[in-house]
Design a binder for this molecule. Structure first.
Ligand SMILES: *Cc1c(COP(=O)(O)O)cnc(C)c1O
Length: 371
């Protein structure tokens, strides 16, 4: 699905030098590379504060803690996402309100968000799934009206832009109260281990986030609240500092691969290509098709047999997972998510796809699907 080695080889000297600097300096924790990356990412995103942390899941948890959410407070999020988004809500004893997604964009269904609102609702967590923005225009309208926090899960969409009806353009993750991202190796900006970050334009919240990520402490050995230990280590920051310079090129390479796939499949009667929303750029963390009248699992198997690593994101809806049965949801509660889990297929998507590879992949898909 990804070619991290091929990508590394192109920037090998730069990355190796940057890592070597950390080792030479031995500033492994909170060293200058971390500060440097923080500032570089603030500039790239045009956001006031970036707070690096240990991983994307921590980022989401720290955001919920920093906003002071308390057990019983309700948090609305999409059912069609990676488990981390809902896990942190459940861990903190907050009340998880899942809603279904739009069948075309795979993002939060706005009508259902409105229906899920109660007086106990405190936050909405839009997930910019597969690299394309949720409907932030509507989500921000609802949040402003009801005085809710918006925590953007930007783990799959770093670098994507969102344009509002009035023409304002912002990076995803910098629109809501706080944005959370992951630098897991296969993410669009990936490090060589675990990493994550939060972004916000709110000075007070940024301070609070820093404190919570650092054992609830501002002054060493004095703890004003219960925190966690979540840091981006300096070696990961060294890698990210180099790769951030290439992020726009990486996005362009993914979009080019997506264009190739689109052209190959757009006229096929049984394959639906990803929708590209006018309001948001799609940075193609995943290229995900929907199929009909085609045995989806058979197609996946056929591709795998031909050394093409196709994957199903997400194969089993969150509301039916054993760990979340306590929420009391049942089958058919989220028909779109349930249907998607049966018809989606994600094709190889990364920065190193050659035209030969793309041709091979699309030929094989069409061989199975029929022309
Ligand atoms: C990857 C991912 C996360 C979690 O990030 P980690 O760094 O793996 O903890 C959260 N949300 C979404 C949507 C993701 O894709």
């Amino acid at each position: 699905m990804v070619d991290l080695k091929g990508q590394y080889l192109k920037i090998k000297n730069e990355v190796n030098d940057s890592i070597a600097e950390v080792i030479e300096s031995s500033a492994f924790i909170n060293g200058p590379k971390v500060k440097q990356f923080q500032h570089n990412l603030e500039n790239y995103l045009s956001v006031k504060h970036v707070i690096p942390c240990g991983n994307g899941t921590d980022a989401l948890q720290i955001a919920l803690m920093a906003l002071g959410l308390k057990p019983g407070d309700e948090v609305i999020t999409a059912n069609f996402t990676f488990i981390a988004t809902v896990e942190v809500v459940a861990l903190l004893g907050l009340k998880l309100k899942l809603v279904d997604v739009d069948p075309d964009t795979f993002n939060l269904n706005i009508k259902q968000v409105e229906e899920a609102l109660t007086p106990a609702t405190k936050a909405i967590v839009p997930v910019h799934v597969f690299g394309q923005g949720a409907n932030m225009e509507e989500i921000m309208r609802i949040a402003d009206e009801k005085n809710l926090f918006v925590i953007e899960d930007t783990a799959q969409a770093i670098g994507a832009d969102y344009t509002f009806d009035n023409g304002t353009k912002k990076k995803l993750g910098t629109i809501g109260t706080v944005g959370c991202t992951s630098f897991f190796p296969s993410k669009n900006l990936g490090c060589y281990g675990d990493g994550g970050a939060l972004y916000t334009n709110d000075d007070v919240l940024a301070e609070k986030i820093r404190q919570i990520a650092n054992h609830g402490s501002k002054v060493k050995y004095f703890h004003d609240e219960i925190g966690v230990n979540s840091r981006l280590d300096s070696i990961q920051a060294a890698v990210l500092n180099v790769k951030l310079n290439y992020l726009d090129d990486y996005i362009a390479a993914r979009q080019k691969a997506a264009d190739y796939y689109d052209a190959a499949f757009k006229n096929h009667p049984n394959i639906t290509i990803p929708i590209r929303n006018k309001q948001t750029t799609h940075v193609f963390h995943q290229y995900t098709i929907k199929v009909k009248n085609i045995d989806r699992d058979g197609l996946k198997e056929f591709l795998n047999e031909n050394d093409i690593p196709a994957m199903i994101y997400y194969p089993y809806p969150l509301h039916l997972q054993n760990a979340y049965k306590y929420l009391g949801y049942k089958e058919n509660d989220f028909p779109v998510t349930e249907e998607l889990s049966k018809v989606v297929l994600s094709l190889p998507m990364h920065t190193e796809l050659s035209e030969d590879q793309l041709k091979f992949i699309t030929d094989k898909v069409l061989e199975y699907a029929g022309k």
